[in-house]
Design a protein around this ligand. Sequence first.
Ligand code: URP
Ligand code: ZN
Ligand code: ZN
Ligand code: ZN
Length: 469
Amino acid sequence: MPDRTVIRGGFVITAADEVHADVLVEGGRVAALATQDSQVSQGWAESADRVVDATGCYVIPGGVDAHTHMEMPFGGTVAADTFETGTRAAAWGGTTTIVDFAVQQRGRSLREGLDAWHAKADGRCAVDYGFHMILSDVNEHTLKEMDALVEQGVTSFKLFMAYPGVLYSDDGQILRAMQRTAANGGLTMMHAENGIAIDVLVEQALAAGRTDPRYHGEVRHALLEAEATHRAIQLARVTGSPLYVVHVSASEAVSELAQARDLGLNVFAETCPQYLFLSTDNLAEPDFEGAKYVCSTPLRPVEHQAALWRGLRTNDLSVVSTDHCPFCFNGQKELGRGDFSRIPNGLPGVENRMDLLHQAVLDGHISRRRWIELACATPARMFGLYPRKGTIAPGADADIVVYDPNVTQVISAETHHMNVDYSAYEGRRVTGQVRTVLSRGELVLEDREYVGRAGHGQFLPRGTCQYLL
Ligand code: URP
Ligand code: ZN
Ligand code: ZN
Ligand code: ZN
C-alpha cells in the first residue's frame, strides 16, 4: 500500500480557512500542507508513492454524519442499509465517518444493545464509525452502565419524548439520565416531540378515516415539537447536563433553541437535509407516494425552511446530519397503506448530504466554510472526534474528499448507492460532486470508481463533547 500520497493542485477548504495548497499524507494521516508549486510541494510530488490530481477541485475533510440508523429495527421491519451498504454509500457521497445509534432493547442492558451493534458493524464498514446509545429503559442498572459506556468511547445518549410504549422515556427518567450525563461528561441527545399528545391525535385521525401519509405530518404538530424542545431544555438546565436536540424541523422549536442559546446554555441542535429541501407538499403526494417522506419529526410546511436556514447561519442549529434510516417503498413503506401510523419512519440520505449542502452554498444560504463547519468540523467537535476527524490539518486522519464544484448531477435512485428503491430527492439537479475519497490515507473512491472494502472502517471510541461553552 502506498504510504506517501500528495493531493495536488486543489483548493483546500476547512471550517477555518480556504487556501490553494497541496496536502501530504503519510501513514494514514495528514503530514503537512504546502504552497502550490513551492519547492516543498515539488519535492513531495517527486518522492510520493501516489499523486492525486485535484486541479479545479475543492479538497475538503471527509464528511461526519452524526446521525444514521443502519439495520435499525423499526415498526416491525429493519432499515434497509446494512453497515456495509450504508457506509459504502456514505463514501460515495463524501462522508467518511458515521455515528450510528445502538439501541437498548427494553428489559435488556445497554451492554447487550451495544454488543449487538458492534456485531453488525464489525468487519463490514467501508469508513470509520462510532456509536451513540439509545436508552429505551432508564433504570438503576442502565444509569450505572452509562458511566462505563462513556469510558468506552460511547459518550452520547439518545432519549425519546416520542413513541410511548416503545422508545419513550418520561420526564422523570429523562431527568435521571441527564443527572448522569451532567456528572459523567456524556451528552444527552433528545428526540423532542410530545409523544403522549401525538398518540391521541393519531388515534383520533385514524378513527375519523384520515389514514393517508399526509396526516402523519398533521398529527405531529409543530407546537408539540416546540413544547418538547422547551421541556427538554428546562430539564437540562435543572440537571446541568448539556443537551443536543436531534432532527429539528419546526420554526417554533428553533425559537426555543435560540432563546436557550441566548442565555448561554450548553444547548445545541441539528437539522437534516429533508427539512431544508422537502416539505408537507411531498407528504401529500398522491397514490401513497407521500409514504416515502414519512419520518419523525415530520416534514413541515415550506415556510419553516427559512427559520432553519437562519438557524444554521446564527448557529442556533450547528450541525446538519441525515438521520439516514431508509425503508424501501415496496414492502416496507407499504406496511402503512390504509394506516399512516404503520409506515416505518425514516428517510434515506447518507449519500446526498454533502451535495445538497454544497447546493445550499450555491443558492446563497451558507458560505463554503460554513458548509464544512456544519457537515464536518462541528459534528466532529460535538461528538469528541476533533481534530482527528472534521478537518485537514497536520496530525488529522487523512479522511479527505476531492470535490468537483462544477459538475452538475441529477439525484436518482437509478444511480445512488444506498440500498433503497427510491430517492427522496429524485430528479433534483445539484451542482457539485465527489470525485475521490480517502479514508485514513487509503483510497475508497478514485475518480468515481469504488475501490474501498468492507472492513477498512474502524470503530471510533470517542471523547466527550468538545463544543461546550
Ligand atoms: O423518522 C425517523 N427519524 N426515524 C429514525 C428514528 C429517529 O427517531 O431518529
Ligand atoms: Zn428521533
Ligand atoms: Zn441567538
Ligand atoms: Zn434518527
